[in-house]
Design a protein around this ligand. Sequence first.
Ligand code: NAP
Length: 251
Amino acid sequence: MAQNLLILAGTTEATALARAVAARGIPATLSYAGRVERLPPQSLPHRVGGFGGAEGLARYLSDAAISHVIDATHPFAVQMSRNAVSACASTGVPLIALTRPAWREEQGDRWHRVPDIAAAVAALDRPRLQVMLAVGRMHLQEFAANPQHRYLLRLVDPPGGALPLPDVQVVVDRGPFRSEADRRLMLVHGIQMVVSKNSGGSGAYAKIEAAQSLGLPVLMIDRPVQPSRHEVFDVAAVLDWLGHSGTDRGV
Ligand code: NAP
């Protein structure tokens, strides 16, 4: 069967893979959830929006004659990843995940680890702080339970309307970021604590390095548990897998 890839996107890794695949002339489609207004520059055809659960994805794989699925979604996008495992298992389409190892606490870090967003919200039930809240736009509502803090947000798109937090400053920017710039940002805003998902990867690590250099505590949200699947950490490993035909079907 001729190669025709589906790349589940929304990360810098997906964009890097798309460039490599396009450069080799391999037919492929990038898929985005549609959460951001400005997509990164595209080197491949793309589609936007959910598939309609695992069944919808399975239908899409058959209708579009997809030969391989590369799940390059964010480590916290666990629903999409579960759907990919399930749809690939039911259709027999080979699946690989291009992801990143989690960050590990290093000497000099002051991490307080919490298992999920709800636990991060609970940990912020304390007197006022200046908090850099780096959890993405979708979870802001949950942090409204602690309106006493001044929050600094960094968003990919300008906020279209009112945000659910009363005391908030917004920086609109897209990664990858640099630690020296993040250090300056934290100093300018008098940040006292950073709240972050343990996303892994280099582009989002700048704020963790910056917090370390300033001796700031980081409320680090652990990753959700991903389904069992074949995982690799770089584009070359995906290309290698494709070259060897990706025969480990759906695992
Ligand atoms: P999620 O909770 O795992 O997914 C929820 C639903 O959104 C999925 O069931 C699927 O809808 C749709 N969806 C998610 N990713 C998709 C994709 N690449 N293409 C088509 N549909 C997709 O995902 P999420 O956490 O909302 O993340 C959404 C997107 O943002 C992902 O592409 C992810 O890579 C990116 N992102 C997420 C985070 C994060 O912290 N979660 C951070 C940076 C980037 P259907 O069930 O209808 O198919």
